[in-house]
Design a protein around this ligand. Structure first.
Ligand code: TRP
Ligand code: ZN
Length: 881
């Protein structure tokens, strides 16, 4: 394990390196336990740097075999090599020289899944962020752009397929059953985008003709026998390529584009130039094995990695502090793509739910950091919801402020001005200032300042003067190491809704800049006065979730009921209903905490029934509307002194009230929605399944009988319906004979399919209640459970810790104990995955005192462990701070 040096990296310390590496030749002689890597680096001294300045190359757990300069072996005293550094003390005085380095690697033993490793006998690489230095010594930083030629040599039987970045070059046969292939990537790239794959895999091929008529060979490589399951990913890839041409004018630039699916992968996927590597979970899908959510994720992630070719690869990051430059922007692009392919309103609601579930708790807890952080100890820990999701929201706000046309002009200028650069957030903001003439300096705080701003809003109406007034006050709560916050520029899309449900026109407005339906807040308080407003309107604020803020708006329940039925903005309609749910659940929680009986307003259940039955709304939208806020969402809104059992009971009771009120309506609707005809993964069909399965859950709650879910499970003809029915059985009827039988049937049918079995683990890990701690502990002893496979660990222990509030936070601390033991066991192999898992305890301070104390003890125990990795120590110490 790389020992934790405690070193902190700071944005202000950035300085260009003394040397550049314009050319990189790599040769790999692959063998499972002893791979030989030869790197021939053309090094160029940067202008103005002293001759003979030492050349310091990065390494990580490397074994140096030899080093030469311009073909000559170096004297032992001329360099210093450790596993994590190679220093050439006095390089040649000339402007250019060639350093040749031989290292030997053991890919079979590489369980960190960074650098070169083996996954199911396939050689593969993962270099972002700092994995390339586990392959050879290099200037492993994103502002060192190099043109790579790569020669891969392996046993032909073991690895008939040899891939690397760029375009294919020469290949040939060698003695002893070996062969080789050369790959050339003409585009200068940072080392984190390097990739190599060698193994025996099946191929799905296709071609794409670009807008300018160039032919691109597309390949998706998967385990033999699973080729048919890559069809949807291929379709998504071609749609992504076309969309980027149409929406952003971006064409693909190499002759080939390859995707490889592997089953051991630290994250979702990786955008290596011309050779994307994917967690197979985000490639493989068919109706038998994948849910509609899987199909949607595949579409989004295929698009995301493809879009990185321009936003990330052609224009990369100057340093890792600029990570959001590529990630936030690329998430924004994949969101837009999915919105265009599916339903914009439904997509937006799903995005906001994700943002609130993942980014808000980060922003409101001990791990809060700006979208562009200023310091880090371990960069792997900054691939966060803040960098990705909030980073995307910031780009969306730029478009809201500028309008679609100027936004596109700014993007065009960005590509034109920075193609081939390693750029910064300042570069990005500058193009939008230049095309619009606007000053974005206050807006830039969205990148620099952590924390979720809050808007507190009151309104008043004066019928005699026909004036409607909004008082809006912004505040940004303090976050770690940022106690004083500056005022932000917040674009709030709004509408004043009249009694007929139409937006009313006002005559004039003062108190804030208001243009194109956007209020621009820049000061602490704005008194926004609309004139010519005869009757008091309902205020629809932050439509489309134009700004990632929390809203405290003084609005009576009648107002929310009205907006939930009539707001012309579908997102805001959903938001109003969600607010009604949340308010009801919070008061339910308080009653439960106070030992009082739970009751919910009958109008709320009736409203839900009306929305469910409203055929003018698409089924996917209705499914989202009917989904109650999750237990973690409710806890977040309550804020402090959380007893997860009371949250659970409050939520359960609301579900029962809605279910009982609407049982007849729901039953007839479910009957109409039942699967007829052939399966299609398209958004409309998926929406019908989603609505049907939400109704299945309510009806099961209403009847208290597992028979309906059992029937749906047995009759299911696709994984979406099967997994949904199994979830109802396992979560609502734990231990019932029907549940036991269904779980066994599912296991038996899919035991040899890892991705499907992950769902089986996941469903059980999320089953609420105190007994789930023991269920999870028992499942960790299941013959297919493995600490080495990140998907399996995340499915079982990750799901337990993030999606099972009552189990994980069991009052006696047993859930925490199981969790800590697992985090430490995973850490021994894979610190990156362990550190991410450990973030599940970040909201410990919002728990009631007993659980809070137990959670803290757990964190302290992890922190006290000797020889902790930098990854885990960083998370645990920040969480405790
Ligand atoms: N850049 C990748 C993406 O956004 C994510 C990524 C970062 C990653 N580090 C990784 C993937 C390590 C796998 C392993 O798509
Ligand atoms: Zn990305």
């Amino acid at each position: 394990m790389r020992s934790d040096t405690g070193q902190v990296f700071r944005l202000e310390d950035y300085r260009p390196s003394d040397y550049l590496i314009p050319r990189t030749h790599l040769a790999f002689r692959l063998s499972p336990e002893n791979t030989l890597v030869t790197a021939e680096l053309t090094i160029e001294r940067r202008d103005g740097v002293a001759r003979n300045a030492p050349l310091v190359l990065d390494g990580d757990e490397l074994m140096l075999k030899s080093v030469r300069i311009d073909g000559k072996a170096l004297d032992n005293s001329a360099y210093k090599a450790t596993p994590d550094q190679l220093i050439i003390k006095k390089p040649p005085a000339g402007k250019k020289f060639v350093v040749s380095i031989e290292t030997s690697l053991n890919p079979a033993k590489n369980e960190k899944l960074m650098g070169l490793y083996r996954s199911s006998n396939v050689y593969c690489t993962q270099c972002e962020a700092e994995g390339f230095r586990r392959i050879t010594y290099f200037l492993d930083r994103p502002d060192i752009l190099s043109v790579y030629t790569v020669r891969v040599e392996a046993d032909r039987g073991e690895a008939p397929l040899l891939l690397a970045n760029g375009n294919p070059g020469e290949k040939g046969t060698l003695p002893d059953g070996r062969h080789y292939a050369v790959w050339e990537d003409p585009f200068p790239k940072p080392s984190y985008l390097f990739a190599l794959v060698a193994g025996d895999l099946g191929r799905v091929g296709d071609t794409f003709v670009t807008a300018s008529g160039r032919n691109v060979e597309l390949g998706i490589y998967v385990e033999h026998g699973k080729e048919a399951r890559a069809a949807y990913a291929m379709d998504a890839l071609k749609r992504s390529m076309r969309w980027d041409e149409e929406a952003f004018g971006r064409e693909y630039d190499l002759d080939v584009f390859n995707i490889v699916a592997v089953s051991d992968f630290n994250m979702g996927a990786m955008e290596n130039k011309g050779l994307n590597l994917f967690n197979d979970k985000y490639v493989l899908a068919d109706e038998e094995t994948a849910t509609d959510a899987d199909f949607a994720n595949i579409e989004a992630i295929i698009a995301h990695e493809y879009f990185h070719n321009w936003t990330g690869n052609r224009i990369t990051c100057r340093d890792w502090f600029q990570l959001c430059l590529k990630e936030g922007l690329t998430v924004f692009r994949d969101h837009e793509f999915s919105a265009d392919q599916r339903s914009r309103a439904v997509k937006r609601i799903a995005e906001v739910r994700t943002l609130r579930a993942h980014q808000f708790p980060e922003d409101q807890g001990p791990l809060a950091h700006p979208v562009r952080p200023r310091r880090y100890r371990e960069i792997n820990n900054f691939y966060t919801a803040t960098v990705y999701e909030k980073g995307s929201e910031v780009v969306r706000m730029i478009r809201t402020i500028l309008g679609a046309e100027l936004f596109r002009a700014g993007m065009d200028l960005y590509f034109e001005r920075h193609d081939g650069d390693a750029a910064t957030i300042e570069d990005f903001l500058k193009v939008f200032e230049d095309v619009s003439g606007r000053d974005l300096s206050q807006f830039a705080l969205w990148y620099h300042q952590a924390g979720t701003p809050n808007l507190s809003v009151t309104s008043s109406h004066n019928p005699t003067t026909a004036e409607f007034t909004l008082e809006i006050e912004q505040s940004v709560p303090p976050t770690p190491s940022e106690s004083r916050k500056r005022l932000m520029h917040i674009p709030v899309v709004f509408g004043l809704v009249g009694s007929d449900g139409e937006d009313i026109a006002y005559e004039s407005v003062e108190g804030a800049t208001v243009d194109n339906g956007v209020i621009h807040l820049r000061k602490r308080r704005h008194t926004v006065r609309f004139s010519g407003v005869k009757a008091r309107p309902a205020v629809s604020l932050n439509r489309g979730f134009s700004a990632p803020v929390t809203l405290a708006i003084e609005q009576k329940p009648e107002g929310h009921h009205f907006l939930a039925r009539y707001d012309s903005d579908l997102f805001s309609r959903w938001q109003s209903l969600n607010t009604l749910f949340t308010d009801a659940l919070i008061s339910g929680f308080r009653k439960r905490r106070g030992g009082k009986a739970l009751d919910y307003p009958a109008e709320l259940a009736a409203l839900v029934g009306d929305i469910a039955a409203d055929d003018d709304l698409e089924p996917a939208y209705r499914a989202l509307a009917l989904t109650l806020p999750g237990e973690a969402d409710i806890a977040r809104e309550i804020g402090t002194n959380i007893d997860p059992d009371c949250v659970f009971e409050a939520r359960d009771a609301l579900a029962l009230s809605i279910a009982k009120t609407n049982a007849d309506r729901f039953a007839s609707l479910l009957g109409r929605l039942r699967n007829k005809g052939e399966f299609s993964p398209d958004a409309a069909s998926a929406g019908r399944r989603a609505l049907k399965n939400v109704l299945l859950d309510y009806l099961s709650v209403a009847s208290g009988d597992p028979a309906l879910a059992e029937r749906e499970f047995i009759d299911a003809t696709n994984m979406t319906d099967r997994a949904a029915a199994l979830t109802v059985l396992a979560h609502r009827f734990a231990g019932s004979p029907q549940t036991v039988a269904a779980l066994a049937a599912f296991e038996q049918r899919f035991h040899s399919d890892a991705l499907v079995l992950d769902k089986w683990f996941q469903i059980q890990a999320a089953a609420p209640g105190p007994a789930s701690v023991d269920t999870v502990a028992a499942l960790m002893k299941h013959p297919t459970f493995s600490l080495a496979n990140p998907n399996r660990v995340r499915s079982l222990v990750g799901t337990f810790a993030t999606a099972n509030q009552t189990g994980f936070h069991r009052a006696d601390g047993a859930g925490y104990k199981l969790f800590a033991d697992t985090v430490l066991a995973v850490e021994k192999r894979n610190p990156q995955v362990a550190a991410r898992l450990a973030t599940a305890l970040r909201s410990w301070r919002s728990l009631e005192p007993t659980r809070q104390g137990k959670a803290r003890q757990t964190l302290l125990a992890i922190a006290a462990t000797e020889g902790l990795s930098a990854d885990l120590r960083d998370i645990v110490e920040r969480t405790l701070a």
